[in-house]
Design a protein around this ligand. Structure first.
Ligand SMILES: [Zn+2]
Length: 103
């Protein structure tokens, strides 16, 4: 974890640190790193492997996003709730179309 991220975790509100310790992924900040096109959300979370509070941004495609522990490299599944809802309805609509295309 770089110094800036470590400081952000250290300075996070006690309430946010409490939630992260319980296992929630807590939005910590938006940041644009050098070479990026825009800002990305950074989430604070407790790594289940090294038990540290760390922060990272979501990696990968929207349907299979994950956070990666900057200390040990452990991957934590991170598909947003809105994405899950979208996926659910796209499957539902596919099934619906299949059902009626047979007649
Ligand atoms: Zn870790």
């Amino acid at each position: 974890m770089d110094l800036e991220d470590a400081l952000a975790v250290q300075r996070a509100l006690r309430k946010k640190r409490f939630l992260a310790n319980l296992g929630f992924k807590v939005l910590l900040k938006y940041e644009r790193k050098p070479g990026w096109n825009g800002e990305l959300p950074f989430y604070m979370f407790k790594c289940q492997n090294c038990k540290l509070l760390v922060c990272d941004y979501p990696h990968g495609f929207e349907e299979r996003q994950y956070l990666s522990c900057p200390e040990c490299g452990e991957r934590i599944d991170f598909v947003r709730f809105s994405t899950k809802i979208k996926m659910f309805f796209s499957i539902l609509s596919l099934l619906f179309r299949l059902r009626f295309s047979r007649k």
